[in-house]
Design a protein. Structure first.
Lengths: 123, 110
């Protein structure tokens, strides 16, 4: 079955760039679907960060767009998140997920999730 | 701040029916389908309902979703102790050109 696993440093310093990778197993990213990053600050709700289509098209949360880059590496069956100029407010559990979607996003949902990785931003 | 509004909490005794509302607007729920996610304590979210009222394989039929206009609802009938979790609605927002989650509702089984 399809599985997703997040990886990356658990600790980062303010003003640095946070880099996370999601490794997909059981499905080839190049075959389709959108691939998303979602985060959850401690004790708070879910926030969509952005999504990338297997062709490389990207969609970002407007509130994070200036600091976010999501990319895909089909050769490694991975997709990645880079978040620049981080602050303590970026401390969260970061999830990667697969998204099924229509071309106009009439339907769009995350059907497979990774277990999440905790990132703490602190000096 | 989320564009989809949910009550912070809901509760019921075992066997009761609990309903959670999700209020949005014409650019999200009014234009696109709604999904619901269940997040058990300390775990990743899990897809519970998709495209307004469809259940993924393995989700009990005690869970049901509905939508009317710019609002959606999740109903849990025959509430069980293992249903104690946080529940989030979500949908694509055409104005933001992005995916939005609801504020989340914590369900407690009394």
């Amino acid at each position: 079955q399809v599985q997703l696993q997040e990886s990356g440093p658990g600790l980062g310093k303010p003003s640095e760039t946070l880099s996370l990778t999601c490794t997909v197993s059981g499905y080839s990213i190049s075959s389709g679907y959108y691939w998303a990053w979602i985060r959850q600050p401690p004790g708070k709700g879910l926030e969509w960060i952005g999504s990338i289509y297997h062709t490389g098209s990207t969609y970002y949360n407007p509130s994070l767009k200036s600091r976010v880059t999501i990319s895909v590496d089909t050769s490694k069956n991975q997709f990645s998140l880079k978040l620049s100029s981080v602050t303590a407010a970026d401390t969260a559990v970061y999830y990667c997920a697969r998204s099924d979607s229509s071309s106009n996003f009439y339907y769009h949902y995350m059907d497979v999730w990774g277990k999440g990785t905790t990132v703490t931003v602190s000096s | 701040q989320s564009v989809l509004t949910q009550p912070p909490s809901a509760s019921g005794t075992p066997g009761q029916r609990v309903t959670i509302s999700c209020s949005g607007s014409s650019s999200n729920i009014g234009s696109n389908t709604v999904n619901w996610y269940q997040q058990l304590p300390g775990t990743a979210p899990k897809l519970l309902i998709y495209t307004d009222d469809q259940r993924p394989s393995g989700v009990p039929d005690r869970f049901s979703g509905s939508k009317s206009g710019t609002s959606a609802s999740l109903a849990i009938s025959g509430l069980q102790s293992e249903d104690e979790a946080d529940y989030y609605c979500a949908a694509w927002d055409d104005s933001l050109n992005g995916y939005v989650f609801g504020t989340g509702t914590k369900v407690t089984v009394l």
